[in-house]
Design a binder for this molecule. Structure first.
Ligand SMILES: Nc1ncnc2c1ncn2[C@@H]1O[C@H](COP(=O)(O)OP(=O)(O)OP(=O)(O)O)[C@@H](O)[C@H]1O
Length: 326
């Protein structure tokens, strides 16, 4: 009979300390391998090596390998909107900062091919992206504890329009399969609408959840409904809808007025059966701080609190899923 120790002895050096269990079922070896911290290509390489070595052990006809941590530990959350300019990138950066501050290791993939803005929002525009010999990128680190990579780091400014489907898919894959290390949550800032990036994201990387941003106007909400439909068709759970630019906070007297209306997103969320995650006021401080690479979520202000409250709701969903081992 094939012993587990014979299988363990056959394992490649890369598997040392990673094999959680080995058992035989008839002539089939079943291994559970911890892939935490490995990029997808590295995990696949390790799996191939383990399979080849174990198949050489006498009495083994087949090998089944379960890579555990890779799927369980990293949550991909897509942030989408129906149309541009509603504050999707601003929300993504600030949610990331607030999630990181709450102790969740967070990264941001800026997949907004037409207007990559995360390096500005997170103050990483002067950081150079490093690639290993096999083209695996190392994300840049921001001062707010958020790792980040952006399409803007792969595409020359102004060239995005010339990019076609496969190039876009390839670039997104490079960002998603970068060396994210022990990152637990990857927020993906999607371009507005429903194009190549969204399709690659949904088909290839299957986010564990999606957040949709809208301003309160009816037209923006109609577009947001399209984004919600896209996630619904791909069976990606919608974590909820966020209303941005809801109520104008006067910088002089602090009074709130409603230039774009108020509460439209909450009503739309209710009508469509999705959770409402909260609202962010239209505030000049948010724009100024964002342009200066100082995310409001890192500041002790009412605007910062609005972002933190939404992040806390998302964090509680993530923690529940983690606790359930999902
Ligand atoms: N709540 C807010 N108050 C004031 N300004 C805001 C607010 N949210 C976003 N902005 C500003 O609106 C502009 C558009 O925001 P942002 O880039 O986040 O939108 P987007 O939906 O990602 O747009 P795009 O599709 O062009 O990438 C930015 O100048 C940003 O600073």
């Amino acid at each position: 009979m094939t012993s587990e120790s014979a299988i363990r002895e056959s394992l490649p050096t890369g598997a040392v300390g990673r094999v959680q269990s080995v058992r035989m079922k008839g002539a089939v070896a079943i291994l559970v391998v911890d892939a935490a911290g490995l990029t997808r290509p590295d995990a696949e390489r390790l799996e191939t090596e383990i399979r080849a070595n174990v198949l050489r052990v006498d009495g083994v006809d087949d090998v089944r390998i379960a890579l555990t941590a890779e799927k369980r530990e990293r949550h991909i959350i897509a942030i989408g909107s129906g149309k541009g300019g509603v504050g999707k990138s601003t929300l993504t950066a600030n949610l990331a900062v607030a999630l990181a501050a709450s102790g969740i290791r967070t990264g941001v993939v800026d997949a907004d091919i037409y207007g990559p803005s995360q390096p500005t929002l997170l103050g990483t525009q002067d950081e150079k992206v490093v690639a290993s010999a096999d083209k695996v990128l190392t994300p840049t680190s921001s001062a707010f504890g958020v790792k980040t990579l952006s399409m803007g780091q792969l595409i020359e400014p102004g060239r995005a329009i010339a990019w076609r489907g496969p190039m876009v898919g390839g670039a997104l894959t490079q960002l998603m399969e970068a060396d994210w290390g022990d990152t637990e949550v990857l927020l993906v800032d999607l371009p507005p609408g429903t194009g190549d990036v969204q399709l690659t994201m949904l088909q290839k990387f299957r986010p564990s959840g999606a957040v949709v941003v809208s301003t309160p106007q009816d037209l923006a909400l109609i577009d947001a409904t399209r984004a919600l439909d896209l996630f619904g068709q791909a069976k990606v759970p919608v974590l909820g809808l966020v209303e941005n630019m809801a109520g104008y906070m006067c910088p002089h007297c602090g009074e709130l007025s409603d230039p774009f209306g108020h509460g439209g997103a909450e009503a739309a969320a209710q009508a469509l059966g999705h959770p409402f995650l909260g609202r962010i006021p239209l505030s000049i401080e948010i724009r100024l701080a964002s342009d200066a690479g100082q995310p409001p979520a890192a500041q002790d202000t009412p605007q910062g609190e609005a972002f933190r409250a939404i992040a806390a709701r998302i964090a509680s969903v993530i923690r529940t899923v983690q606790a359930e081992g999902g």
